[in-house]
Design a binder for this molecule. Structure first.
Ligand code: ADP
Ligand code: ZN
Length: 786
């Protein structure tokens, strides 16, 4: 590699005098525009490897920013300088990481995500590596000392007594290399010397000082909840499925299997067996779960079966994540279990990736990079020649469609519950005539209350679900139906019990409930719930429909029962473990809460499940509303009757004829799919067509409108020039047309295939159109339209 004529290359004056630089690297900045930048690397800090972070002057002000090295030895002619940008190359100031944080395969994955999801490579890389790792959270560096090779010779020249004492001590302790080095502070205390003597010894090259990084240890995973997992004999369906996974993993060829198994059909047991196969092949496995809530019990099951397991989820502190990450990278873990971002676990050799509850919208990240971890898992498996298992009782229509149409996709079904357990009995409660009772509004209908009474009498347990998504928790006036709205956002406010229990009010029905704040879930604005309806002035009127109200109602109706509420407001990770443990030990009779209760939990003594309102998803203006409703009812129903005791499920609804609810009650997945696909096909919606959304926002409505129209024009131009088969809708106000005082407009793009959408966005990016004058979010394969 020739040395560059630096004088003509250096941008900054001070650099001109002559740092020799023989290499050019490409850097992706987290904060930067949708492009990468080339830099010279001073020979004295070379080599820089792809995946390491560097610090480099950036922008007009030459502010030093951190970025990932994404390419090395870029030929001068091909560097972005030669690319005609008319800028001079700047010089990297510093290399941050000793080793690359991202290996070649993950780098390839990052580049795919950046391309597919239309976000900058720097942003993707930043999301791939946990913040705690980048900051080195919880890491202590220790200085250690050992005798240098020529120490004897140097010893002759030593005058100081203290220095001699140190050398003798090191010799006595046989500290002759970095492995046997002694910790510096301890040594000084032992010998009774100060840092000065050490410094002198180091200058005379009698000793060597090294730095060792020491990670804090992790809190152990709470002990399992008496779930026996050994000695399970797989049933026939499970055996067939395992044989299939065996063959797939054995082949070493990329493939995806949709494991469609009803709740309680033994899917998790199969994941475990498949992982065992994978480990025997000397490869590692990743298990993705939709959220922490779910991990509690499942993590315990996996940790009971695997020794070298690492856990990655948002409930960990930065330091804990850092420890886990290093454990994974150093090969001390061969099973990684975690939420969305665990798909980026730095395992060198991945043989299997399991995505449990693959239909969960939670796998989609809702900030840039807006990736779907399920789809990234498939891509990662492909890049690693690994197998990918997508498991669900209610597969997404996209995955179902793929399993029918793609070569590398197979479908394996587990149609029966383990040990031939019966499905729970499903009962519909029509709230239209059960909601307003003599005592007033009642979240727990009479049939449900009666059954709950019986269950409690028998010493069995119940789970009640109040899905909070949607508008289930708004604050409204029963007499005029006025609802409280946020002053900054176009949404209704959500009722929250205030921390102080002081502001008690009487409801219109004469019952006491706690009153508190109306909170906006989008901007966090709070107001006190007004004493009277601001519109009609009717007294004592505002009502919230949240899980807090449910808890209050339960306490009133079943004063003897032990009730616990579980939702993200009331639960921190550790408390959640505790509640689940108490519930499994029978210390809690009724568990009430939001959808985090619907998934993955396994409690044999639960014989009653109540869905307080099955409709909440249906009011959302989202084409997947039916699908979500079906999924929710099916999953929460799966919590009931997971043993020989028979289970019963009450589904309360104002829309008893709604097809999704009807199919869910009949436990008819195929029927639901057939009906829903008809509608999707007619409207060119997924899984038949692909979607992308562009959401633009600004506080100034006119500016926003102009920018949105300009964007539409650009899109139309490209479609015309390239004759793309694309339908464009908008710009139109987004579903939530204002958040935090930002007006929001959306453009929705539909196309029969992903390639066309890619082509369109590649062109838009090339024209820098993805960075208009207003703020923009690009969402490829959106899971909900906001
Ligand atoms: P899923 O993940 O489909 O809901 P799990 O794998 O959690 O199902 O299985 C449900 C319960 O049944 C677990 O307690 C599991 O240990 C147990 N189980 C799984 N397979 C069998 C089997 N073949 N025989 C008996 N019990 C089983
Ligand atoms: Zn708001």
């Amino acid at each position: 590699m020739s040395r560059f004529n630096t004088d003509s290359l250096f941008a900054s004056e001070e650099a001109k005098g002559g740092l020799p630089c023989s290499h050019i690297i490409r850097v992706a900045f987290e904060s930067a525009a949708d492009t990468e930048f080339d830099y010279l690397v001073p020979d004295e800090i070379w080599p820089v490897k792809v995946g390491q972070r560097v610090e480099a002057p950036f922008g007009k002000a030459n502010k030093v920013e951190k970025g990932f090295c994404v390419g090395t030895d870029i030929p001068f002619e091909k560097s972005f300088l030669a690319g005609g940008r008319g800028r001079k190359l700047k010089i990297v100031s510093n290399v941050i990481d000793e080793e690359p944080l991202v290996d070649a395969k993950l780098m390839a994955l990052a580049k795919w995500i950046s391309g597919y999801y239309v976000c900058s490579l720097g942003q993707v890389l930043a999301a791939m590596v946990p913040g705690g790792v980048k900051k080195g959270a919880g890491v202590k560096t220790q200085r250690q000392v050992y005798l240098a090779e020529g120490a004897d010779e140097a010893l002759e020249r030593l005058k100081g007594k203290k220095q001699k004492r140190i050398v003798e001590y090191l010799r006595q302790k046989k500290a002759f290399n970095s492995e046997s080095a002694l910790e510096l502070q301890g040594l000084l205390a032992e010998v009774g010397c100060t840092n000065v003597s050490i410094k002198k010894l180091a200058e005379k090259q009698a000793i060597k000082i090294t730095r060792k990084t020491i990670l804090k240890s992790l809190p152990a995973i709470p002990a399992g909840m008496s779930i026996k997992t050994d000695e399970i004999v797989l049933n026939e369906d499970q055996q067939k499925a395992l044989a299939h996974f065996n063959a797939e993993i054995d082949s070493g060829v990329f493939g995806v299997t949709l494991l469609h198994g009803v709740t309680d059909s033994g899917k998790t047991e199969l994941y475990i067996r498949a992982i065992e196969v994978c480990l025997q092949k000397g490869k590692a496995a990743i298990v993705l779960l939709p959220e922490i809530a779910l991990t509690a019990q499942t993590v315990q099951r996996f940790s009971a079966r695997f020794e070298k397991i690492a856990v990655m989820h948002s409930g960990l502190t930065a330091a804990q994540r850092n420890v886990q990450w290093h454990k994974i990278r150093n090969g001390e873990a061969d099973v990684v279990i975690g939420a969305r971002s665990a798909v980026f676990a730095p395992l060198p050799k991945v043989g299997l990736i399991v995505v449990d509850e693959e239909h969960e919208p939670n796998y989609k990240q809702d900030t840039a990079p807006r990736y779907n971890a399920r789809d990234v898992a498939i891509k990662r498996a492909q890049l690693s020649n690994a197998h990918c298992i997508l498991g669900s009782a209610t597969p997404s229509l996209e995955t179902l469609f793929n399993s029918r149409s793609k070569k590398y996709f197979s479908l394996v079904c587990l149609p029966k519950r383990v040990m031939d357990l019966a499905f729970p009995e499903m009962k519909l409660v029509d709230l239209r005539d059960k909601f307003y009772t003599k005592e007033g509004i009642s979240l727990i209908s009479e049939p449900l209350a009666e059954h709950l009474e019986k269950v409690l009498a028998k010493g069995e347990q119940a789970i009640l679900l109040l899905n909070r998504r949607g508008y289930s928790n708004f604050v409204f006036c029963p007499s005029c139906r006025y609802t409280l709205h946020c002053r900054n956002c176009d949404v209704t406010l959500t009722f929250h019990k205030s921390p102080p229990r002081s502001s008690r009010m009487r409801t219109i029905t004469g019952k006491h409930i706690d009153y508190g704040y109306a909170v906006c879930h989008y901007c966090g604005a709070q107001t006190l719930v007004p004493q009277k309806c601001p519109l009609c002035g009717a007294g004592f009127a505002m009502i919230g429909f949240g899980s807090q109200r449910l808890e209050g109602e339960l306490a009133g109706k079943f004063p003897q029962a032990h009730i616990s509420r579980v939702d993200s407001d009331s639960m921190a990770g550790r408390d959640y473990y505790r509640v689940l443990k108490d519930f499994s030990e029978g210390k809690i009779d009724i568990l009430a809460g939001t959808q985090m209760l619907a998934k993955g939990l396994h409690f044999p003594n639960v014989t009653l499940v109540g869905v307080i309102s099955a409709d909440t998803c249906l009011y959302l203006p989202d084409f997947r509303a039916n699908e979500r409703t079906f999924q929710l009812i099916s999953h929460v129903a799966g919590r009931a009757g997971r043993s020989v005791k028979k289970g019963i499920v009450f589904v309360q609804t104002f829309l008893p004829d709604q097809p999704a609810i009807q199919f869910a009650l009949k436990n008819d997945f195929d029927g639901f799919v057939k009906e829903e696909l008809k509608h999707r096909r007619a409207c060119n919606l997924p899984p038949f067509w692909r979607l992308a959304g562009l959401i633009m926002r600004d506080r100034n409505f006119d500016k926003l409108q102009a920018a949105s129209n300009a964007m539409r024009e650009k899109v139309d131009n490209i479609i015309r020039q390239d004759s793309l088969k694309v339908t464009v809708r908008g710009p139109m106000p987004a579903v939530i047309s204002r958040i935090q005082r930002f007006h929001r407009m959306q453009i929705i793009i539909q196309s029969p295939d992903a390639e066309t959408i890619q082509r369109l966005f590649t062109r838009l990016r090339a024209e820098q159109a993805v960075r208009p004058a207003v703020k923009i979010a690009i969402d490829i394969d959106p899971v909900n339209l906001l």
